[in-house]
Design a protein around this ligand. Structure first.
Ligand SMILES: *[C@@H]1O[C@H](CO)[C@@H](O)[C@H](O)[C@H]1NC(C)=O
Ligand SMILES: *[C@@H]1O[C@H](CO)[C@@H](O)[C@H](O)[C@H]1NC(C)=O
Length: 268
């Protein structure tokens, strides 16, 4: 019984440490992790963002802010060329094309790239392998919703998760795995909702049924269940850990009582 309690306490402490660590580094800072395109890239390249030299011709709003960005000229030539495939596929719906474009522009050029892109290898100059992009579910879902009536989109990818598994394939120099944060408001997730274009703004009725109706899109409902401001998982974690803590104190109390009883018996 006591062994189990000790193991549970260790789990609670490590979990608590993780949560605290996350809380401490709550502010993303400008930093890049990769750049380039075939044949010499993409490679790991950790550095602060900068203005591309020569200037890039694509993703300009994201690359050319006061901070600069993370992509370089060659990389953007490759991107523009490859993105033509996406345009021909999703072309019936400009909002859909633009939303996918916005996603990959952030992935390529965002000055805060390092806060939502992680890599398996870390040495500068090494090839970029198995990159992972963390994006909020609201963005993932909203982009999918702007695309789902195009051609065969919803029969090929019945859910937004399925959609994002293969999206980078043709456009990016190397496929990226999309991850979702535990908390959808995590500042370390790509979530450019203010740049979202809705399909009814630019797509025809066939590629955006909502454009044929006068009605509005239903409001997005967050999948994650929350208790107050914290996720349900964390809520039960706190309750569970508190109970284990109380049990632990109780066991110690019992033990010390027994110990003093024995001592008393010995002295008398
Ligand atoms: C872009 O980055 C790649 C990889 O580091 C490099 O090979 C290429 O020369 C760079 N292009 C420019 C224009 O700096
Ligand atoms: C990028 O920003 C620089 C400095 O802010 C500006 O001089 C340049 O014209 C911009 N380039 C583009 C393509 O917008």
């Amino acid at each position: 019984m006591e062994k189990i309690i000790i193991i549970l306490i260790i789990i609670c402490l490590t979990r608590g440490e993780k949560t605290i660590k996350k809380g401490v580094q709550a502010e993303p800072t400008p930093m890049c992790v990769w750049e380039g395109a075939p044949p010499n890239g993409p490679v790991i390249y950790k550095r602060p963002p900068q203005q591309a030299d020569p200037p890039v011709q694509d993703c300009i709003p994201i690359q050319n802010g006061t901070l600069g960005g993370c992509c370089n000229y060659t990389q953007m030539l490759y991107f523009t060329e490859k993105f033509k495939t996406a345009i021909s596929f999703f072309g019936g719906c400009p909002a859909c094309v633009n939303n996918i474009h916005t996603t990959w522009c952030h992935y390529d050029c965002d000055p805060y790239q390092a806060s939502f892109v992680s890599t398996t290898n870390h040495e500068d100059g090494q090839p970029l392998l198995y990159p992972k992009l963390t994006m909020c579910r609201r963005w993932a879902k909203a982009v999918y919703e702007s695309c789902q009536w195009v051609h065969f989109v919803s029969s090929m990818w019945p859910t937004y998760e399925a959609f994002w598994i293969t999206q980078g394939g043709d456009t990016l120099p190397i496929a990226v795995e999309v991850l979702y944060p535990e908390n959808d408001d995590d500042p370390f997730a790509l979530c450019p909702l203010d740049e979202l274009e809705k399909c009814e703004d630019s797509c025809d009725c066939l590629t955006c049924p909502i454009a044929c109706q006068s009605g509005q899109m239903p409001p997005y409902e967050n999948d994650e269940k929350k208790v107050g401001a914290i996720s349900q998982f964390n809520f039960w974690m706190i309750i569970g850990c508190s109970l284990i803590g109380i049990m632990f104190l109780f066991v110690i109390f019992k033990r010390s009582q027994e110990f003093f009883k024995e001592k008393k018996l010995q002295t008398f």
